[in-house]
Write a new protein. Structure first.
Length: 278
């Protein structure tokens, strides 16, 4: 690996993952579409999980210390409550590195300053809030950074491009953003499942009902993004006077769908803020 001064620019040649869970695995799958998988190193508390993912993607496994000591871009892909236990044994390794590197945290609720504190120094940090659709190239990922150069940010965006859309936001907004696009897939899956259940109740085979519901959600989301129209306007366009769709809309309003979804976002936001205090 090419060495360079700590105060210089990181050439993101080698990429490491500390953690290979659902989110770490999703980002690793995307990253391996942008770079040579042989330059991607996976470390995980359960070695078998890292080995299985490495076999799938064609990358390599490593220890936490090896990733911390050698990789240019290091993804911290563990849960917030596990971050301190992950970084504490690696402080010396990170501090002794002669080369510059960038840490990338995807832990909900943990600020950049807190990550730097846990790592032992104000290292360059990119904080991202990804979601699992990144594994199929349709993620929505917000990011912010500290002590990262424009060149490093550009290199990072190229590496992450296969994951989906990336949007730079102030760190003050990243928790709120994560509760819409980071938590949101779980609620969308609930909605797809409920639509499919309704279809089955009306006589559709399960596989067909699920396919129709999922494609409908995919197409509807694409129409929102590409048309630029307000969702309410698009909803109205589907509802014919006296038709069947408006009756379904009426039921959803009566059952409090809109308020329940808003409450879900707010509850997730409050929990995220709580995790950040730990």
């Amino acid at each position: 690996m090419r060495r360079r001064l700590r105060e210089g620019i990181t050439i993101m040649d080698t990429i490491g993952f500390l953690g290979c869970g659902n989110m770490g695995g999703a980002i690793a799958r995307a990253v391996c579409k942008a770079v040579d998988p042989k330059k991607v190193f996976l470390a995980n508390r359960t070695a078998a999980k890292a080995q299985a993912l490495a076999k799938e993607l064609g990358c390599k496994t490593a220890t936490n210390a090896e990733v911390a000591g050698d990789c240019d871009l290091i993804f911290l892909a563990v849960k917030p409550q596990m971050m301190e236990a992950l970084l504490d044994p690696l402080k010396f390794t990170l501090d002794e590195r002669p080369s510059r590197f960038v840490l990338c945290s995807m832990a909900a609720g943990l600020s950049i300053a807190r990550i730097q504190e846990m790592a032992g120094e104000d290292f360059p940090v990119i904080r991202i809030m990804p979601n699992t659709p990144a594994s199929v190239g349709e993620g929505m990922i917000q990011y912010c950074s500290s002590n990262v150069t424009a060149e490093e940010e550009e290199a990072f965006l190229k590496i992450m491009a296969p994951a989906g859309r990336l949007d730079a936001v102030p760190e003050s907004l990243i928790d709120a953003a994560s509760c819409v696009s980071g938590c949101g897939p779980a609620w969308v899956y609930q909605f797809i499942e409920a639509l499919a259940d309704g279809g089955v109740a009306c006589g559709l085979p399960r596989a067909k009902a699920q396919e129709y519901a999922a494609q409908m959600v995919l197409g509807s989301a694409k129409l929102v993004l590409e048309s630029g129209k307000h969702p309410g306007e698009l909803k109205d366009a589907v509802c014919s006077p006296g038709g069947s769709t408006i009756q379904g809309v009426r039921v959803l309003e009566e059952r409090g769908l809109r308020g329940a979804v808003m409450d879900a976002v707010i509850a997730s936001y409050n929990k995220t803020k709580e995790m950040g205090k730990g």
